[in-house]
Design a protein around this ligand. Structure first.
Ligand code: ADP
Ligand code: ADP
Length: 233
């Protein structure tokens, strides 16, 4: 579902590459963890999946990244929005509306869907993420874990095949983090969504992963394996 072929990225003005030799595949319907220390290139890899790198960041991408068969360099991020949903660490920076329900609807607005389809997808997503009771609440009043679930919900309503998340639990306490990770696991198991999740703390998320991609050091090639194999590295 996601394929990196010998990918090299260098940002304009930096001396060396942000990542190089990145080569891995994420099969459909798996939750894959991208781990490695800060600065090793995790956000760069996620950005190459969603098309933000290099379209919005500038710089050079060599090699090839495809998502559901689409080359992310030849498609603009908005041409990938129905395929890839992206969630960052800070849910508040993600929101464009005031209430939970409006936020879930917003992500579909450019897709040209019929109003009844949009309403049904909002209902499904509220239910899936356990947000139905909060639908009319201002997002600003919710807990961090609830806000992160709304952010995930807002990118789910276009029914993307792939979800990429950049340290989505880093601002959350352990209970809220577990809530978010359980939601992701349910998406993978119930809907067959493919999830690529970046995290620098392996322990917190490894139990949820089907497979791990470890970026051991800046510029080093990734190590692929099962959670147990990568924990042993
Ligand atoms: P991680 O997510 O693992 O912390 P990043 O992908 O954010 O790693 O960063 C990888 C390297 O690329 C770092 O050296 C970082 O400073 C650099 N970098 C990231 N984004 C940019 C950018 N927009 N412009 C220039 N350098 C960047
Ligand atoms: P549409 O929204 O195109 O009218 P439906 O609402 O009938 O279609 O949903 C089609 C199928 O997609 C349903 O089986 C539903 O469970 C499933 N579905 C719901 N949410 C998602 C999602 N986030 N990603 C993929 N499929 C989803």
């Amino acid at each position: 579902m996601i394929r990196f072929e010998n990918v090299f990225v260098r940002y304009d003005g930096s001396a060396g590459p942000a990542v190089q030799g990145v080569d891995f595949t994420v099969p459909e319907g798996e939750l894959v963890l991208l781990v490695g220390p800060s600065g090793v290139g995790k956000s760069t890899v996620l950005g190459a999946v969603s098309g933000l790198v290099p379209h919005f960041t500038g710089g050079t991408l060599r090699g090839r990244v495809t998502v559901a068969g689409r080359d992310t360099r030849t498609h603009k991020p908005r041409e990938l929005a129905d395929v890839v949903g992206t969630v960052g660490q800070d849910p508040l920076s993600h929101f464009v509306t005031d209430t939970v329900e409006d936020e879930l609807a917003y992500g579909m607005e450019s897709l040209g869907l019929a109003p009844d389809v949009m309403r049904r997808r909002v209902e499904e997503t509220l239910d899936l993420l356990g947000l139905t009771a909060l639908r009319d609440r201002p997002i600003a009043d919710l807990s961090g874990g609830q806000q992160q679930r709304v952010a995930i919900g807002s990118v789910l309503t276009p029914h993307p095949k792939v979800l990429v998340l950049d340290e989505p639990t880093s601002a959350l306490d352990p209970a809220a983090a577990e809530e978010v990770l359980a939601v992701l696991q349910r998406l993978v198991h119930d809907l067959g969504t493919t999830v690529l999740l970046a995290e620098h703390r392996l322990e917190r998320v490894v139990q949820y992963a089907d497979r791990v991609v470890l970026l051991p050091a800046p510029g080093a090639r990734p190590v692929l394996g099962t959670p147990a194999e990568v924990m042993a590295v």
